[in-house]
Design a protein around this ligand. Structure first.
Ligand SMILES: Cc1cc2nc3c(=O)[nH]c(=O)nc-3n(C[C@H](O)[C@H](O)[C@H](O)COP(=O)(O)OP(=O)(O)OC[C@H]3O[C@@H](n4cnc5c(N)ncnc54)[C@H](O)[C@@H]3O)c2cc1C
Length: 388
């Protein structure tokens, strides 16, 4: 191969220099600042505000926000790297960072007008956590069956309804809330609104008690005659379905990143433990049966990571990535569950107790197959493409 060709071809797994530096700084932060808190956060089902402030200081809470608004002016791929590295240590913090960047900020960058960008992007870069509220009790996979209503009332819309399962509900100060201005119009009535914590008629309801990612808050939101100025409409009235579809298509690459990070964390723990633990007079990792299990996990993880990086690179290149995003999410979440399960097995009894880290990762892995479109919905997207 000539030198020229080597310059043109960019292997997926080779990171640019800025990406390598960024990943190293996030990994260092995750080890030093997040690792010591993981168990306590899981037990208390809470993320300390001091840690969130440190995430803002690190620059991972406003990755794609332009410098003019105080952000890091990074690419989507940087968000993927941040979510992956953080989730390697704690997938709960991974999803906080993921929702902030790939859903909340992404939606404002893509659909916000100049006024909205000027008002909120500097805050989102500097300390305001965002949340993204689409789901309701009756509308999950069938997201556009939502029933929260927005009534036109002069210079404002008046919102009524309930949202369920909203990540960052406890920490967020800015909520992107989807409601319909016209239930008869079906999905064409759906509109996205920006609602601030503390707005009259807007309260945070019950917080879910979950199997995994316990430190990440998942809350109900209650809208009771909540007046939202018309200047807080994100994108066009009646085009909220477009905002939701487009941001979620990108968001699920972030969940892929969360899952490959989780799998990497579980594999690292399993490798370290089996090299240390002795049975039959030697380290457990010296048994070929164990080596093959670890090797298979590493192979599956590499394959899943490449699908995530490919989807993210396609997105940054402005190329279509819908099917690739669905593929990366389903593969990564299944690999995460398998690798975390293997880690539990290889820790033996210690895999089953909270004193060791892998039972938590096993619990955390399950969510990857549920949120931002269940596995069946990803399969539906892939099937549509291959059968069209
Ligand atoms: C921890 C957590 C955090 C979340 N965070 C957010 C958030 O921040 N914002 C937000 O808006 N939502 C959030 N969600 C909601 C999440 O996106 C939904 O739970 C998810 O989309 C599934 O919807 P559902 O729970 O109503 O399940 P359902 O849609 O009722 O699905 C039940 C089962 O039916 C299957 N199914 C449904 N339709 C079909 C079909 N057509 N073909 C085949 N199978 C089908 C599903 O795959 C699933 O297995 C969160 C959920 C959880 C648990």
């Amino acid at each position: 191969m000539t030198e020229d060709v080597a310059d043109i071809i960019q292997p997926l797994s080779i990171l640019a220099e800025d990406e390598q530096l960024f990943r190293a700084s996030v990994r260092e932060f995750a080890e030093a600042q997040i690792r010591p808190l993981v168990r306590e956060m899981d037990e208390q089902a809470k993320i300390p505000r001091a840690l969130i402030d440190k995430l803002f200081d690190l620059g991972v809470m406003g990755i794609e926000i332009p410098e003019a608004f105080g952000g890091a002016a990074g690419r989507f791929f940087h968000s993927v790297l941040a979510v992956e590295e953080i989730s390697r240590v704690d997938p709960s913090i991974g999803v906080l960072v993921d929702v902030q960047n790939t859903l909340a900020i992404n939606a404002l960058l893509r659909f916000g007008n100049d006024d909205i960008k000027r008002r909120w992007l500097p805050r989102l870069a500097a300390g305001t956590v965002g949340a993204y509220a689409l789901s309701e009790a009756g509308s999950g996979s069938d997201a556009f069956a939502l029933t929260s209503k927005a009534r036109d009332d002069g210079d404002a819309y008046v919102l009524n309804g309930r949202k369920l399962w909203i990540t960052n509900g406890n920490e967020a100060d800015l909520f992107i809330i989807f409601a319909t201005v016209n239930p008869e119009a079906g999905y064409k009535g759906i509109t996205a609104f920006l609602v601030e914590r503390g707005a009259a008629g807007f309260t945070i309801g019950k917080k879910e008690d979950k199997l995994g990612i316990r430190a990440s808050s998942t809350c109900e939101l209650i809208l009771d005659e909540c007046r939202v100025p018309k200047s807080h409409v994100l994108g066009e009235v009646g085009k909220g379905y477009k905002t939701a579809i487009e941001t979620l298509n990108e968001g699920r690459i972030g969940i892929g990143a969360q899952m490959i990070g989780l799998a990497r964390g579980a594999l690292d723990h399993a490798i370290a433990y089996t090299k240390e633990r002795k049975q039959f007079g030697k380290a457990v990792a010296e048994f070929q049966g164990v080596q093959f299990q670890l090797a298979r996990a590493a192979a599956e993880l590499e394959a899943a990571r490449l699908t995530v990086y490919n989807a993210a690179r396609l997105r940054d290149a402005g190329r279509p990535f819908l099917t690739e995003a669905a593929i990366c999410k389903i593969l990564s979440s299944e690999v995460a569950e398998r690798v975390a399960s293997l880690a539990v097995n290889l820790f033996g009894g210690n895999g089953f107790v909270k004193e060791y880290p892998v039972e938590k990762l096993y619990r955390d892995a399950k969510i990857g197959q549920i949120y931002e479109g269940t596995s069946n919905l990803q399969l539906q997207t892939i099937a549509r493409q291959i059968l069209s």
